[in-house]
Design a protein around this ligand. Sequence first.
Ligand SMILES: *[C@@H]1O[C@H](CO)[C@@H](O)[C@H](O)[C@H]1NC(C)=O
Ligand SMILES: *[C@@H]1O[C@H](CO)[C@@H](O)[C@H](O)[C@H]1NC(C)=O
Ligand SMILES: *[C@@H]1O[C@H](CO)[C@@H](O)[C@H](O)[C@H]1NC(C)=O
Ligand SMILES: *[C@@H]1O[C@H](CO)[C@@H](O)[C@H](O)[C@H]1NC(C)=O
Ligand SMILES: *[C@@H]1O[C@H](CO)[C@@H](O)[C@H](O)[C@H]1NC(C)=O
Ligand SMILES: *[C@@H]1O[C@H](CO)[C@@H](O)[C@H](O)[C@H]1NC(C)=O
Ligand SMILES: *[C@@H]1O[C@H](CO)[C@@H](O)[C@H](O)[C@H]1NC(C)=O
Ligand SMILES: *[C@@H]1O[C@H](CO)[C@@H](O)[C@H](O)[C@H]1NC(C)=O
Ligand SMILES: *[C@@H]1O[C@H](CO)[C@@H](O)[C@H](O)[C@H]1NC(C)=O
Ligand SMILES: *[C@@H]1O[C@H](CO)[C@@H](O)[C@H](O)[C@H]1NC(C)=O
Ligand SMILES: *[C@@H]1O[C@H](CO)[C@@H](O)[C@H](O)[C@H]1NC(C)=O
Ligand SMILES: *[C@@H]1O[C@H](CO)[C@@H](O)[C@H](O)[C@H]1NC(C)=O
Length: 448
Amino acid sequence: MLLTWVLSILLCCSGVLAVNCTSFIIYSPAGADWLRKHCPIVTGHVAIGPLNDNSTTQHISLDGVEVIEGSFGNYYVDIWNPLDDQPYFTLSSSTLREVRGEVDFGTSPTKLQNLTLPNLKTVNTDFQVGLYARDITYLDITSLESVDYFSLAAPNITTFRHRSLHNATSVKVHTTQIDSLDIVSDSRLNLKHVDLAGPFPNIKNIPVGFTSAEKLSISADASVTLGGPSTTNMTIGSLSLSGGVSDLKRSTKLESLRVDSLDLSSSISIPHLEIPFDNLRALTLKQLYEAHPVKDITLPPQAVNWTGGFELDISNAPELNLTSMYRTDDQNNRVQTWYWPTNISSIQISDTNLGNAFFDTFVAQQNASLDSTYPPSVLKSFHVYPSRNATGFNCAALNELSKKGRLPSPPFNFGCSNSTKTSGSTFIRTASPLHLAGVVFGATMWMV
Ligand SMILES: *[C@@H]1O[C@H](CO)[C@@H](O)[C@H](O)[C@H]1NC(C)=O
Ligand SMILES: *[C@@H]1O[C@H](CO)[C@@H](O)[C@H](O)[C@H]1NC(C)=O
Ligand SMILES: *[C@@H]1O[C@H](CO)[C@@H](O)[C@H](O)[C@H]1NC(C)=O
Ligand SMILES: *[C@@H]1O[C@H](CO)[C@@H](O)[C@H](O)[C@H]1NC(C)=O
Ligand SMILES: *[C@@H]1O[C@H](CO)[C@@H](O)[C@H](O)[C@H]1NC(C)=O
Ligand SMILES: *[C@@H]1O[C@H](CO)[C@@H](O)[C@H](O)[C@H]1NC(C)=O
Ligand SMILES: *[C@@H]1O[C@H](CO)[C@@H](O)[C@H](O)[C@H]1NC(C)=O
Ligand SMILES: *[C@@H]1O[C@H](CO)[C@@H](O)[C@H](O)[C@H]1NC(C)=O
Ligand SMILES: *[C@@H]1O[C@H](CO)[C@@H](O)[C@H](O)[C@H]1NC(C)=O
Ligand SMILES: *[C@@H]1O[C@H](CO)[C@@H](O)[C@H](O)[C@H]1NC(C)=O
Ligand SMILES: *[C@@H]1O[C@H](CO)[C@@H](O)[C@H](O)[C@H]1NC(C)=O
Ligand SMILES: *[C@@H]1O[C@H](CO)[C@@H](O)[C@H](O)[C@H]1NC(C)=O
């Protein structure tokens, strides 16, 4: 939020006895000096600038100020203002421990270079270092543990001194140069939204340790570890990974890890995707316009017990091999990699290398008698279209289940197409309008 508040008074001359520590604008290091010597507790706001000496870098110290009851930030200018008349400056306070309003530097332009607040523990509303703090390279908020909304978007921070938050509502980090990212690694955190968007060239692994979050989005060329040193149970509503995430790991200390929906709609760089969750309700893999590195997906055996009605949505994954529920590993062992949850709500698969064997246990369950231990699931929709070069996928069993009422009915809630090739054959396919574009493209590829 922008600092649009009205400032009531300015600092005055030294030697005043009845000091009024309400709101302040700092125009110079000398002004800051007066404030820090007289006001351990500021009952109003503190704004930095415009500074009145632009001949050299200005160093503003607020050592002595302990609490700011209002907001703390740079003075507001519009976002196109180049601040040509302003000096670079640094800001530090080794005593400041609490700000009850917001801390806001850089949601409007500022030439702040260093922000050093190593003992700041609590910010009752927002803590933001925004996009327009382009010159800040050093940020020390080592002790910050309680904040409502935390947001870091300054592009050039290289040194970020911080441990994890303990208490926060939402966290956003869009700072690309930082060298550590432990901000949400503490198990005391129960968050709404967490958005970590790199690229983060200086970070190899992102440790996620909160106990819960409604939504976690990570876009980064880094591995992600779910579960911190003290986390035993983790719950995530919606988990989105993109930006080339290179691995998804589960800490061995986690007793349970439950995710409602996993969304891989953009690029990830995980050829062998393992989904180590105790529960998952929806899996979406769509790699439109991106590289398609996912070759296989491994679910844990407990996937059979995933609750809530599983929704599977896979499209545009031409490298993905869903020909079978098994995979041959490096030691030439046949290992089961896919386990169908017994409660399925919908299945959409297209442009993937599919085989009938992939559906084996699903088809068996859908065809079982209604009073069996695992009765057939009631699906809302079922659409399965193999990729152009898939071989030997046939809809016969699925058509039969649809006719029998064990899968939805065509045309809207059921669709299936046989693979167009058997090894060595020419391209023949009865086109559904939905897939005409694919057929035309396929024809140019396969009928030459
Ligand atoms: C402090 O400031 C407030 C608001 O500006 C004013 O009402 C009050 O009289 C001032 N007190 C002193 C001691 O100056
Ligand atoms: C200082 O500000 C004045 C305008 O107020 C500008 O003309 C001058 O170039 C600035 N000097 C520096 C060193 O930025
Ligand atoms: C910012 O802080 C770092 C670490 O204390 C220091 O090395 C650097 O010189 C500071 N930059 C400025 C402009 O004071
Ligand atoms: C800060 O980052 C921007 C790109 O966002 C870049 O153009 C600028 O040169 C950088 N400034 C410094 C001081 O590194
Ligand atoms: C967490 O922060 C909120 C305000 O942001 C506060 O009301 C609450 O008491 C804090 N909880 C803990 C455990 O510190
Ligand atoms: C964590 O999960 C385990 C296993 O599901 C469960 O037994 C335990 O009660 C959970 N602990 C908490 C604190 O929720
Ligand atoms: C699934 O749940 C059933 C019944 O609770 C249990 O017997 C079985 O061991 C579970 N399967 C897996 C693989 O966890
Ligand atoms: C399957 O999931 C759906 C959706 O949550 C639920 O309504 C239904 O009761 C579940 N069926 C079984 C057999 O658990
Ligand atoms: C299928 O074709 C795509 C290109 O359209 C290719 O990337 C992929 O490797 C092929 N898959 C198989 C199983 O041949
Ligand atoms: C797909 O997986 C099956 C089972 O592991 C394997 O036999 C087959 O060669 C794989 N196909 C491709 C194109 O990798
Ligand atoms: C379903 O079960 C019947 C016997 O009850 C069997 O004849 C039929 O082939 C089965 N269909 C599929 C698709 O497995
Ligand atoms: C697929 O092949 C089966 C028999 O092999 C046939 O009954 C069916 O009509 C074909 N086409 C579709 C779209 O299911």
